[in-house]
Design a protein around this ligand. Structure first.
Ligand SMILES: [Zn+2]
Length: 449
């Protein structure tokens, strides 16, 4: 399967060429009063710690590749397109070669400009985001990227490391005493019975991919599949426990640029190990930090010989069941008595407008030889990350989630069939997404299913 990918004529490999890497970081902290989580929880009341956009630009013979992790909850639809074109312009590349992933903290914004336009047009009480702040933040990130190009460093090696994360992730799904499934093990779970149940389906491994200039490390990208929240909802803007772990690694290794990416964790939270108390944030941060350290120490290095890239279009049908037709979404936007209900409808309409325009989601894959990065949309369930690894069993596969977030949850068929309650509102794709996504993933990474 791996050889199919290498041999594919569609993957452009820049062999025996020189590669360089620029690293950039910019502050994207929302102002006080800005909505958090698309208006579903309290707006920003105080900044506990700043939100950052941290990225790399990989420069070789081919056009540059950009990968950026943003400490925001989600970036969707036209906002997502705008990120890709602004960063592409700054890097001198094509938007299809810009991979944007939200880290998905909840005391952080959901950016959807069309949704906000619809809300304002309706003079709705609900608000998703501030478009002026969005553009200002994006300009700052693009400027940081552009500045960084001048100090790009040579990279001629990559490193891969993994470590098991101890007591952080658990699946939302667990079985009730009568054997029926519950999907209610949320980020902060106080229910003793729910916390006693097994972790369920997760990917226990944290992965670290690093870039090297000879013996000097340049950048380290860590990825793990878990919702990154310890507690949230009171307006305390924060990059949460994963941001804190990232900062600790950065302090330990000031010379190595540290990035944290959330894996496919739509149905994975810290619930089994987290009661939502403020004291538990540093505990979870310490566990992530220990895993990052172990993964870094376990790093095995090899030459960076080629950088391949492929982007495959993914067409997921919009959801059309009760409450989700365009007419019903319009009605909810105008008449839902809850401001958040209006916001959800506006986000649904924004996605519908994207679908009607025939703009598919891109599923990009960066092929670095022994290591592969792929970016999946929205809140893809962890099963898709596990599938990616099964499709390329001989490679180090870093699956990253929360690319184009317009989809909301991308569940498995089983979750839909079992009536996963998380899908009631924050999911805008039609049932049957699993076959389409699995097939597109296989195509994207050149594997046969
Ligand atoms: Zn989520």
């Amino acid at each position: 399967m791996a050889t199919a990918f290498v041999a594919s004529g569609r993957v452009r490999a820049a062999s025996r060429s020189e590669f360089h890497m620029a690293t950039f970081s910019a502050d994207v902290t929302i102002p006080i009063g800005h909505p958090c989580m698309g208006g579903g929880i309290a707006p920003a009341r105080e900044v506990v710690d700043p939100l950052l956009a941290r990225g790399i630009v990989l420069l070789g013979e081919d056009r540059p590749l950009v990968l950026v992790a943003v400490d925001w909850c989600e970036i969707r639809n036209d906002a997502y397109d705008r990120w890709r074109s602004a960063l592409a312009e700054a890097a001198g590349t094509d938007p299809s070669r810009v991979l944007v992933s939200s880290v998905h903290q909840h005391d952080a914004p959901v950016m959807d400009l069309e949704a906000e336009r619809l809300l304002r047009e309706q003079r709705a009480e609900g608000s998703v985001c501030d478009p002026a702040f969005h553009d200002q933040a994006l300009r700052r990130v693009a400027a940081a990227l552009k500045d960084a190009l001048g100090s790009a460093r040579r990279v001629d090696g990559i490193g891969t490391g993994t470590a098991r994360v101890d007591r952080v992730a658990s699946n939302r799904r667990y079985l009730l005493p009568d054997g029926s499934p519950s999907f209610g093990r949320t980020s902060a779970t106080q229910d003793e019975y729910a916390r006693e149940q097994p972790e369920g389906t997760i990917d226990p491994m944290l992965r670290t991919l690093s870039f090297w200039d000879g013996d000097r490390p340049v950048a380290a990208l860590h990825a793990y599949a878990v919702h990154p929240m310890s507690y949230y909802g009171s307006g305390g803007v924060s990059s949460d426990f994963v941001g804190r772990a990232r900062a600790l690694m950065q302090e330990d290794h000031p010379e190595v640029f540290q990035i944290y990416l959330s894996g496919c964790s739509g149905n994975v939270t810290a619930g089994k190990y987290n009661d939502g108390s403020t004291e538990n944030r540093p505990v979870l941060a310490d566990r992530m930090y220990r895993a990052m350290r172990a993964s870094w120490e376990a790093t095995r290095r090899g030459p960076l010989e080629r950088v391949g890239f492929r982007s495959t279009p993914l067409t997921l049908a919009p959801r059309d069941d009760e409450g989700f037709s365009v007419a019903e979404l319009r009605d909810r936007l105008a008449n839902d008595s809850r401001p958040f209900g209006q916001c959800l409808a506006a986000m649904g309409l924004s996605w519908r407008s994207r679908c009607e325009q025939g703009r598919p989601i891109d599923l990009p894959v960066i092929d670095l030889g022994p290591a592969v990065i792929l970016l999946l949309p929205g809140e893809s369930y962890v099963e898709y990350q596990l599938l990616a690894q099964r499709l390329l069993p001989d490679r180090f596969v870093m699956a990253v989630g929360y690319g184009e977030c317009a989809t909301g949850y991308v569940p498995t068929d089983r979750a839909v069939a079992e009536g996963d309650t998380n899908l009631l509102d924050w999911c805008w794709v039609a049932p049957g997404a699993e076959a389409v996504l699995a097939e597109t993933m296989a195509k994207a990474i050149g594997a046969k299913t």
